[in-house]
Design a protein around this ligand. Sequence first.
Ligand SMILES: [Zn+2]
Length: 167
Amino acid sequence: MAVLVLNYDYQPIHITTWRRAIILVLKQKAEVVEARSDRRLRTVRTEYAFPSIIRLMRYVPVPYKHIPLTRQNIFRRDGFRCAYCGTSHNLTIDHVIPRSQGGESSWENLVTACESCNRQKGNRTPQQAGMPLLIRPRKPHYLLFWLRGAEEVDTSWRPYLMLEARV
Ligand SMILES: [Zn+2]
């Protein structure tokens, strides 16, 4: 079971094992931000919740890492699912605000869309097409790309990993 490590400022910086996470917490170098409700760790004296997210008690400087804006990275960010209907079949890339209406190719304006949603939406915005987005497209955190597939991302991590990276 992996644990997401947040910096003192709540920026995700690392993914570690639960054993290391618990040692950091016991040494008071980190605090538990989110715990798993389904698993507990029992010792002679006390019982601990398994952490799923911990936060370091001191700020650790980390270099900024660039994530290239590519088709595959948009798919990964969106968990290989259509941003309109959620299917994982026949995926394409959609400009939320169409290029014909001045929409840019950016993390905020590109989403994963299945072929049929993309065709149905056409050259319209989600609002014009009556097709609300299931996600809010943002620049993903580089840690999301350390993980092999979106299915491994603990749901409690997602809000942290989708935070805009510092530029
Ligand atoms: Zn779709």
